[in-house]
Structure formats: C-alpha cells, structure tokens
Design a protein around this ligand. Structure first.
Ligand code: VG1
Ligand code: CO
Length: 542
C-alpha cells in the first residue's frame, strides 16, 4: 500500500558543497529525511519506471535511511532500485553503477570524512544520470522544495532484506541487491596494468593502505590483496564500522598520523595510502615523503599515459580554484586545456561529459578522471601504483624530478574549525569590501597584483556561480585564498589556502610552513583572522 503523509518544512535543508550534511539527531527528527528525499524526487522529471541507485558509506543511520529511500522510490514510481549489499556503495562505486546500468540517478548516503555515530554526522546527496553530483540548478530546486513541502509518499511495507544479493519486489518496483565491489573492480582492471603492478608486488614492493574503518576496506582488500597479490595485512582497518572506530575517517596528516609515522620510519614500506569515509578522497605518502594533493594531481596528469586507460593522453586537466597551480604547468607542457572551477566535484561534471577534461583534482585530497563522475580514492592509489610499476623509481625520486622539471608549488591549507558563524561571515564581508583597494598595496616584500571574489562561468552550460572564494594574488605568482566551508555541521569553518611558486631547484627543500611564513602573516594582516575569530592558530594544517 502506498501512503501519502502530511508533513511540514524544516527550512534548513540547504545542500552544501556535497549534499545535505547534518548531525544524526537532526536527521532523526520526525519526517526530516523523508522531507529531503521527497524534495529530491519532486525536483526531478521523467523517472517513472526508471532505475535509482542507492548506497552509502555504512555509517550510523545508513540502513534506516536506505530503507526509507527504497520505500519512497517505490511510492514515487521508480521501476527499479539497485542497492549495494549491506547498504554499502563507496561514492565512486555508486557513480560507476549509475553509469554502467544507465540509471536515472542515485542517492548516496555519506558525510564523507566527518565522524560517524549516534551524535556525529550524516548526509544525503543526489547524483544525476552521468553519475555525478547534481548541479546547482537541481540542488537549488531541491532546497526550494524543502521549504514548501507538505506531503511525502511512501510504500507501507516491511523492511527490505539488504544482506542477500538478489531481486525482491516492493509495490511493483524491483529492488536488486548487488555486490558493491564487483563492477568497480572490473572498471579498475580496464584502466590499469594489473600484471605490471602484480609483478612489482611479487618483486618485494611493500604497500600499506589504511581504509580507516570506512567504506574502502572491502574494495581495497579485493583489489590490492586478492587481485594484485599484495601480502595479506597490506590493507589496514578494512572492516567498515558505523562509527569508524571512533576516528575521523579523514585521510590527512592529522587523522592518518599513524600511517604518516610508519612511512617516515627508517624501515618504511615503499608506498602508503589511505581513503576517507565514503572512498572518494586519497592520501599518498611515499617512503619519507608526503605528496600534497595538488602535487599528486600534477604528477598523475604528467604520468597518466603510462597506464593503459590513459595511453592516448589527456584531453585536459581541471582543478578547483584553491588547488595549487602545479597542474597548470603540466597542462602547459602537454599543450592541453586547464580549467579552474569552484570547490566541489559537481563543477567538473560538464567538462568531463564534454570530453574537455580527463583528469580533475582538488587540494582537499580528491583526484579522479572521466571513468566516473566523482573523485575516486582507490583510483588515485592504483594510478600511482601503475606509474611506480612502470617507472621503477621511488615516490621521492619521482616527486623530486617533477619539481626539478616544473618547479615546486609550496602549498598549505589552514582550517579554523567551529568558528562563530557571525565572526566568520563578518571576516568575509570585510574582506570583500577591501578587495578593490588592495591591488598595488605592499605588505613587506609582497605587493598585491589582483584581488577578487572568484566567479565561475561554466563554458558548457553558461551558468555563473558567484562568491566562490576570495583570492589575493601577489606579484610573482604567490597567492592566498579565503573561503568558508560548505560541508561543516557546527559553526563555520574558515579555510585559508596559501601558495608560493619556487622555480629554483636548490630551494626545493624548505619546510612548507617556513616557506610560506611571510604569506601566512600577510593573510592574517589582511583578513584579521586572529582578532575576528579569537583564534591564535588554525585547528588543522594540511
Ligand atoms: C570540502 C572540500 C572540497 C570537497 C568537499 C566534498 O568542501 O574543501 O574540496 O569537494 O569537501 O568532499 P568544503 O566546502 O568543506 O571546503 V567529500 O570527500 O566531503 O564529499
Ligand atoms: Co569523501
């Protein structure tokens, strides 16, 4: 039986950089998840009888919302749901399933790298038929709908069994539970030279992959250990847990500290990597060297032709605006296009669909390609392994050689988390008011060349996205960028991105924060970070 239930709007269901993210107790309010899911369906057209993909990163509340989404999809007229066994699908795997089975779209349940558990974070995101996050036009429509919603539709049936593969029926709609790993692993086998990587492992190359008790565990076990033959035990923390073992599944130097220390030890393995809660981010650490995500993007682009899936070369590279310019130098040398987009993977979709870009990346540890429409943590790890298997050099040597060829972009991001929202907004407003007066002003040895609030003009659909981050460019090419996070769930998070280009190879060994010290001081001087936020240091430095 299908029921129509009366409801009232909450008013706070605005999708951020990557879907709607809130604390679990917020999602547990009466009709809260139902309102959002119905608002998604109400914002779409033409899905009668079509396929919807549903899956999530296995965090606390995943199963409950998957049950709701299936019952509501049936009541709203979808013809088929594909759902990962146990409700599990990593974000890139969900993107692949949507594309492979020509689904109308997908619902991905995750709060990515944020902690999980009864009082931690949850999230719902809608992906369109190309497998990527819904563009702003759709997320704006969803938000508008959440403010007006008065009913939702749901099938009044018992819970669906998610733990056995096979097909069931819910009010005329079929629900097929699929293995979450199979299709994804097959895609990776098409892109990379598994034989070469297998040989490298057989020759004693040591890899360690930390799945952080999150969704990539089953994928990494199957691919790295079973198919590529890395010794058992190479994949750590491979059991997805609803609370990620109480940790932040955030693959950075703070939350993946143990991996970092392993890789800096004298007897370190050859290659260390980690992924986040939903499997779309990556951390790459070689023996004795952490590779910044911006450098990793540039390196992967420069070497991608060594993997079978990219042997024909790249059409172009796209990076988010705050990501360092290291990839720009590679694009210039390859004679291909480089695109600068706002933060958030949804902005890469059009460039990938049109064949303008092949590889994309963000400074926040996201890298991916045209194989899916999400960033893809394991993909980045496998591309690195493929490159290492072909070049037969250490990560350190490869990175150094890259810097020697292209110069080094010193880069760091300073996050001020859980700052008072009014203080953070005040800081940004004051900065905006200052922008016009900044060019020509000097701060010590640094002179401002240009200052603006980044606006993106999508070359494909011609849409314009304004207020995407304040950037201050200095003469000589250094810059600082300020923006507020769109994924946080409490207070505001101010992100300050700092970059300096160093062409001189004799100066490639400076400690990063030291190399950026003068810019860090000027960022504070211009924005008044300390005085406005009351913080004397960032919460996280990456
Ligand atoms: C952050 C990152 C951004 C990324 C987004 C989603 O957004 O900065 O680069 O696309 O998270 O990634 P924000 O608005 O907090 O800066 V994930 O792995 O959380 O889906
Ligand atoms: Co993520």
């Amino acid at each position: 039986m299908i029921t129509t239930v009366s409801t009232t709007p909450y008013g706070d269901q605005k999708p951020g950089t990557s879907g709607l993210r809130k604390k679990v107790p917020v999602f547990q309010q009466k009709n809260y998840a139902e309102n959002f899911i119905q608002s998604i369906f109400d914002s779409l057209e033409g899905f009668k009888g079509e396929t919807l993909v549903i899956g999530g990163d296995g965090r606390f509340y995943n199963r409950e919302v998957i049950q709701l989404a299936i019952k509501m999809a049936a009541a709203n007229g979808f013809g088929r749901v594909l759902v990962g066994r146990g409700g599990i699908l990593s974000t890139p795997a969900a993107s692949n399933v949507i594309r492979k089975y020509k689904a109308f779209g997908g619902i991905v349940l995750s709060a990515s790298h944020n902690p999980g558990g009864p009082t931690e974070d949850f999230g719902i995101k809608y992906n369109i038929g190309n497998g990527g996050p819904a563009p702003e036009k759709i997320t704006d429509a969803i938000f508008a709908r959440t403010k007006a919603i008065d009913t939702y539709r749901i099938a009044d049936v018992a819970n669906i069994n998610l733990d056995h593969e096979g097909t069931q029926e819910v009010e005329g709609m079929t629900v097929t539970v699929i293995d979450p790993v199979t299709d994804y692993a097959a895609l990776m086998e098409q892109l990379f030279d598994f034989d070469a990587i297998r040989k490298m492992f057989a020759g004693g190359f040591r890899v360690v992959f930390d799945a952080m008790s999150a969704v990539t565990g089953p994928y990494a076990k199957e691919i790295i250990e079973n198919r590529l033959g890395a010794p058992k035990g190479s994949v750590l923390n491979f059991m997805p847990l609803p609370d990620f073992g109480g940790h932040h599944p955030d693959p950075n130097l703070v939350h993946a500290r143990a991996l970092y220390e392993t890789m800096m030890a004298p007897d370190a393995p050859d290659f260390g990597a980690a992924s986040d809660g939903d499997g779309d981010r990556n951390l790459i650490i070689g023996k004795g060297i952490f590779v910044t995500p911006s450098d990793s993007l540039a390196l992967l682009a420069a070497n991608a032709h060594l993997a079978p899936g990219y042997a024909k070369g790249l059409a172009g590279i796209a990076r988010s605006m705050p990501t360092s310019g290291a990839a720009d130098r590679v694009a210039e040398k390859l004679g291909i296009g480089i695109y600068e987009t706002p933060t958030g993977w949804k902005f890469f979709g059009n460039l990938l669909d049109e064949g303008m870009a092949t590889i994309c990346g963000e400074e926040s540890a996201g890298t991916g390609s045209s194989h899916v429409r999400e960033k893809d943590g394991l993909w980045a790890v496998l591309l690195w392994l493929n490159i290492l298997a072909v070049r037969k050099k250490s990560v350190l040597d490869i990175v150094r050689q890259h810097w020697a060829t292209y110069g080094r972009n010193y880069y760091s991001r300073h996050d001020y988390e859980e700052v008072d929202s009014d203080a953070a907004n005040g800081l940004v407003t004051a900065l905006r008011e200052k922008l016009a007066a900044l060019p020509g002003q000097s701060f010590g040895a640094l002179t401002v060349a240009t200052a603006d609030d980044f606006a993106y003009h999508d070359p494909v659909d011609k849409s314009v996205s304004k207020n995407q981050g304040i950037r201050i460019l200095f003469e000589g090419g250094s810059r600082v960028v300020f923006r507020l996070s769109g994924t946080g769930t409490s207070g505001a998070t101010l992100r300050v991105y700092i970059e300096r280009y160093e062409p001189d190879a004799t100066r490639h060994d400076i400690e990063t924060q030291a190399a950026l010290a003068d810019l860090i001081a000027v960022a504070d001087e211009i924005a008044g970070i300390g005085t406005r936020t009351g913080r004397d240091a960032p919460s996280v430095i990456t």
